[in-house]
Design a protein. Structure first.
Lengths: 358, 307, 433
């Protein structure tokens, strides 16, 4: 089935497809703007979630470590940005200093979380990571006294947008004759970041580290016996996943101009995990699909449910808001029921599933 | 001293409820290794059904305790059916799917149940009608109500009954066999599907009972009440060693007491640096410390390889 | 194991079966080695080309859906859309729906009055949105309203969603009036579009704190808050006011807005023997808390702010709510000519008022009033008039200070007697004649 073949670099094999994809990606903010800037914002959040989901994919998809507290790193990154670029402490560092710093800080937290949980497996790990996520959130919510660090539940306002010289990402401006709104500019920034994380994911997948993760995922004892330093490799997975979470958090803070602990609830972690699993764990296109679908679905339902009900029954039977989340939940259940390995699993996973009798 | 006693009483009541809910998680997990994330919502549905029954019977002139009893019975039956349906519709088709698949299904079911409950019972907080006339007892400066006594006693009774069921009856034996090794159990003539369905049904019945207790104790119900309760109970189950029934009971009680003492004394312990806003952290910190030294929980077996 | 081929799938088969190597081989053989620079070049060309091509389209939508708003579509009737945002799902959905109902009633009343702007009768329309109390959803929804060309926005309910959304409304130049966001920071951002018709935490906290000490004779005060932006802000202000009035704060305890068990913190409070307990939190927390206070035999007087000053609290706490002292921003309805009518209309239509619906009603009316005075529904034209508002609402006289906060907002103290909110006294504010 797998004949050895000469491997060209990925982009060389698929230059045509890449070109088409690039064109499509470039067109998105302009096409979306036809339906209103809100759709550009939705697209931005979708890409932000692609970014987050791919970060989590390293931990869950590759290394097989079930992490229910991923949002903690997202929060660390967001607060790092908020505190270092807002009037709260009166510090206004440029983004190219803070984003790497946020990533590094999140990375440190990743190791902090990873270290005590190395011995834990499966569902025990899940609950500990969940607890970790809650601990971070509770601290953010309460560190306003005795020293006001995070400003508690009131959150931090007036966070600087990402800015290069006089070019601010939050304003509408015209570049080379093209008028770009704030959300559209963030779109391109987010796409660039997403490409970064996709490349890292792809390179990792077939690297020594990636294979080591896979080995740990399939059988940790055997992996250890093969000479893999499981401790360091697992910590590395946590650290890398966390760094991406940190960057995403920073961009989120800049984009929103406001952070408060309620953005980093457990439900957020669960949503990101659902994206990874629903799309197809460990499979990059699958994860991307999952993230885009789960972000767009509730929003599309927001627009769609009312007219659909009107058309079907001639009046509103059920509140659109109740129905929206109901449909979302049903979608999760049904997708998992009929595509248990995710919407777009890797071929390896699919085969495993077909063979599995256990 | 009376404060400490009072905190222990507070914790015990809370812990009894946690323990009952935790049993629901642990029974399912022990047998098929699935975290039934929707269990908290089953508890919520139990409370809501009992609420509806009680309210509709309230004007009938029956004695309040009888009404409560009927409400409880209907809630338990409804949840048993719900538990069975959940297993049949959502989880059974996924028994051979990758490990995380049923987890996402469970989350999906939890969202579905919450929103169905919102459509049926509304988005407002509901006053759970008090059917027991509250009497307040005072012992050594600490006070508690008859409802609390009833909760603790009922929980203890149910746990005893459940232990009997699992240790002494045929279906209990089948459950233990399936938990040990489903394949061999199958070869020995155990109807695995039935055993798994039973685990869900019994777990949901316990959940309904816990739901009614929560309802009568706090006299408040809401369509989102199951989420936090489920989360805490799940923590309790892991603390005790998930899959282990004694562990779930101990974990529940322990968690209840930890929370009460944590909220009560964390300020004194840290010189008021950390106040009761960190009470939810307390439970998780204890959990992390316990798992660092006993990676399978307090009562969990050191089997290790259930990843 | 075949390497995952992102583009293979994207090109050919969205949910593909097994990848066959033949296709891969053909692809790789057909392919010509192109240096990376070229690809980058091609991509950047695409940027320019695509951008140029798209430009007119990007500009088009701005014009397309406008027709609905101030454009004179029909000669005699023009439609003006007003946006309303509050959480309609989640734990405080009942308050969100209440706000929306208040705004809806205002729209109906305004339509019944046949308001004329520029000689044309205005048909107001409410665009109600759900922000799930989530800041992220809040911004998306805000953008959606901006896209829909609403003339103004009433909302959001929570401070946490109001603040990030306010930046978007400000950029679009849309007046935003929050009926319930009490976080002082909302109006401190320097946005000329941000207003609120409700006293902020500082104003309310000082009234409750002083009342607890001066009128209730509290010397030892215990303060609980629910760690939300609202509860925390209010409790901090009460603490300041109580200390300033000469009382000591013997306990400062915390809970969450999702908790139902408060016995641990109440036990701790009981040991400190306070005269007055203050809760900075919502009715859903206050209800069960009052019952538990009773069960623990705590004698202290219970006070709370507007979040707990609702019929819902009475319903949830039952007899345990007797004697509770609470405050609401605004004047009591019986003192206001319009208040009683609003009360009757609202109750008839939607049932009991929760908390903030009178404010969302007033917020809509303030917008309508400003449009009337400016004789225009164009946000750019009538925005300055919003700041100059002097309107007799159902919650009292509404005037804004330079930040957009309500000027001299009235605070009314209530006591719960026989299951009803009874007015004790009002501070500040002027009743219209």
């Amino acid at each position: 089935m797998n004949l050895p073949r000469k491997k060209f670099p990925f982009w060389q094999q698929h230059w045509l497809g890449l070109l088409l994809l690039a064109t499509a990606l470039l067109a998105v903010p302009f096409v979306a703007a036809l339906g209103g800037q809100a759709w550009v914002r939705i697209a931005n959040f979708a890409i932000l979630y692609v970014f987050l989901a791919l970060g989590l994919n390293i931990v869950v998809g590759y290394a097989g470590l079930l992490d229910l507290g991923y949002v903690a790193f997202y929060a660390v990154g967001a607060y790092a940005y908020a505190l270092l670029a807002s009037p709260h402490f009166g510090i206004h560092l440029p983004f190219w200093v803070i984003l790497p710093f946020g990533a590094a800080l999140a990375c440190l937290f990743g190791v902090l979380l990873g270290a005590p949980t190395l011995k834990l497996r499966g569902d025990y790990l899940a609950i500990v990571t969940l607890g970790f996520g809650e601990i971070i959130r509770i601290f953010m919510n309460n560190l306003n006294a005795p020293i006001n660090v995070t400003n508690g539940a009131q959150g931090i306002t007036l966070i600087d947008p990402i800015r290069i010289g006089d070019f601010s990402f939050s304003q509408t401006s015209t570049i080379l004759g093209v008028t770009l709104s704030g959300p559209q500019k963030y779109y391109f920034l987010l796409v660039a970041l997403a490409i970064l994380v996709i490349v890292v994911n792809m390179r990792l997948q077939d690297s020594r580290i990636g294979r080591a993760w896979q080995a740990i995922r399939e059988d940790e004892v055997a992996a250890k016996a093969c000479g893999i330093n499981t401790r360091n490799i697992k910590l590395l997975a946590f650290a890398m996943g966390a760094s991406f979470g940190g960057i995403a958090g920073g961009v989120f803070a800049a984009m929103q101009g406001f952070v408060s602990p309620e953005s980093f609830s457990l439900m957020e972690s669960i949503t990101i995990l659902a994206m990874v699993v629903l799309g197809g764990m460990g499979h990059i296109p699958g994860v991307i699909l999952g993230a885009v679908l789960l972000t767009a679905l509730p929003e599309a339902l927001r627009y769609g449910i009312e007219p659909i009900q009107q058309a079907a029954f001639g009046r509103m039977i059920i509140d659109p808001e109740s129905l929206r989340m109901l449909v979302f939940g049903l979608a999760l259940v049904l997708v998992m029921r009929f595509r248990p390995a995710g919407l777009w699993p890797s071929s390896l996973r699919r085969r495993e599933l077909a063979e599995a009798t256990d | 001293m009376d404060t400490l006693l009072q905190q222990l009483i507070n914790g015990l009541t809370l812990g009894a409820v946690y323990a009952l809910v935790a049993l629901g998680y642990t029974m399912v997990y022990g047998i098929i290794g699935l975290i039934n994330f929707a269990h908290g919502e089953v508890v919520m549905i139990g409370t809501m059904v009992a609420f509806t029954v009680i309210v509709s019977l309230a004007g009938s002139g029956m004695p309040p305790l009888l009404i409560l009893g009927i409400g409880l019975l209907v809630a338990v039956l409804a949840c048993m059916i719900l538990g069975w349906a959940l297993e049949r519709v959502a989880y059974r088709p996924l028994r051979h799917a990758p490990r995380l698949t049923p987890l996402i299904t469970a989350i999906g079911m939890s969202i579905v149940l919450q929103n169905v409950a919102m459509i049926i019972w509304g988005r407002n907080y509901i006053t759970f009608p008090p059917m027991i006339n509250k009497e307040i007892f005072e012992v050594g400066g600490a006070s508690f109500t008859n409802v609390q006594v009833a909760i603790v006693c009922l929980a203890a009774l149910v746990m005893l009954g459940l232990t009997y069921l699992v240790q002494r009856t045929r279906i209990g034996m089948a459950m233990r066999a399936t938990a040990q090794n489903p394949h061999v159990a199958l070869l020995m003539g155990v109807d695995i599907n039935r055993v798994i369905a039973m685990a869900f049904i019994i777990g949901s019945a316990l959940g309904a009972l816990a739901g009614c207790m929560v309802g009568s104790y706090y006299e408040i119900a809401h369509y989102q009440m199951g989420f936090m309760l489920g989360l805490k109970a799940f923590t309790a189950a892991v603390l005790g060693g998930i899959g282990n029934m004694a562990g779930a009971m101990a974990g529940g009680l322990l968690l209840g007491i930890i929370e009460a003492l944590g909220a009560g004394y964390i300020g004194d312990l840290t010189g008021d640096f950390l106040g009761s806003h960190y009470q939810d952290i307390f439970a998780f910190v204890v959990l992390i410390i316990v798992l660092m030294f006993r990676p399978s929980g307090l009562f969990g077996e050191r089997t290790g390889d259930r990843a | 194991m075949p390497v995952d081929k992102v583009l293979m799938y994207l090109d050919n088969r969205p949910f593909a079966g097994p990848v066959t190597n033949t296709i891969l081989e053909i692809k790789s053989m057909n392919h010509v080695r192109i240096p990376g620079v070229l690809v980058v070049l091609a991509a950047s060309l695409a940027v320019v080309g695509c951008g140029k091509k798209e430009e007119p389209k990007a500009a088009a939508p701005a014009a397309a859906p406008v027709a609905a708003a101030p454009a004179p579509a029909k000669p005699e009737i023009i439609v003006v859309k007003i946006g309303h945002v509050a959480p309609l799902t989640g734990p405080i959905a009942h308050l969100g729906k209440d706000n929306e109902n208040g705004a809806r009633l205002a729209i109906e009343d305004a339509n019944a009055k046949k308001v004329e702007i520029g000689g044309k009768v205005v048909q107001f329309e409410l665009l109600g949105e759900d922000d799930q109390a989530d800041p992220k959803t809040g911004t998306v929804v805000a953008q959606k309203l901006v896209d829909a060309k609403v003339a103004g926005v009433v909302g959001h309910l929570n401070s946490g969603t109001t603040i990030p959304a306010s930046a978007i409304y400000n950029q679009a130049g849309l007046p935003q009036i929050s009926p319930s966001a009490t976080n002082p920071k909302y109006t401190q951002q320097g946005f000329n579009t941000a207003f609120r018709v409700m006293a902020n935490d500082i104003q309310q906290g000082s009234v409750v704190g002083t009342y607890a000490v001066k009128d209730l004779g509290g010397k030892k005060i215990a303060i609980i808050d629910d760690r939300t932006a609202y509860g925390q802000g209010l409790a901090d202000e009460v603490e300041k006011a109580a200390k300033a009035a000469g009382a000591t704060v013997v306990a400062r305890e915390f809970t969450t807005d999702k908790a139902t068990d408060f016995k641990a913190i109440l036990t701790k409070i009981k040991a400190k023997k306070p005269d007055v307990i203050f809760l900075g939190g919502m009715d859903a927390v206050g209800g069960p808390m009052l019952k538990q206070i009773k069960e623990l035999g705590i004698q202290a007087k219970f006070t709370t702010g507007d979040g707990g000053c609702s019929p819902e609290l009475i319903k949830l706490a039952g007899p345990a709510s007797e004697g509770v002292i609470c405050t609401q921003a605004g004047l009591p309805p019986e003192k206001l000519p319009n208040g009683q009518k609003f009360l009757e209309d609202f109750t008839k239509k939607y049932g009991q008022i929760q908390i903030y619906s009178p404010y969302s009603y007033d917020a809509v009316m303030v917008l309508v009033d400003a449009m009337k005075r400016a004789n225009s529904a164009d946000p750019a034209k009538y925005l300055p008039e919003v700041g100059k508002t002097s309107y007799d609402g159902v919650t009292g006289k509404i005037e804004f200070d330079e930040k957009g906060d309500i000027k001299n907002g009235a605070i009314t103290v209530f006591e719960i007697k026989d299951g009803k909110l009874v007015t004790l006294k009002s501070e500040g504010g002027t009743a219209p004649k």
